[in-house]
Design a protein. Sequence first.
Length: 55
Amino acid sequence: MITILEYLTFFVLLLTALVLAIKEMSVALDEVDIERFTLWTGVASVIAGLPIMLW
């Protein structure tokens, strides 16, 4: 059975990954790199949707 600590660890890891993906999106926008921005937008979308898909 999964404990509350494991859930908390999982969601903190997801939140960290989401923040890093958003930071990469910002860097890509600063460099006017549309392909990289699109890639990181997709990654951030998947990360944001994971809790709903895994529920």
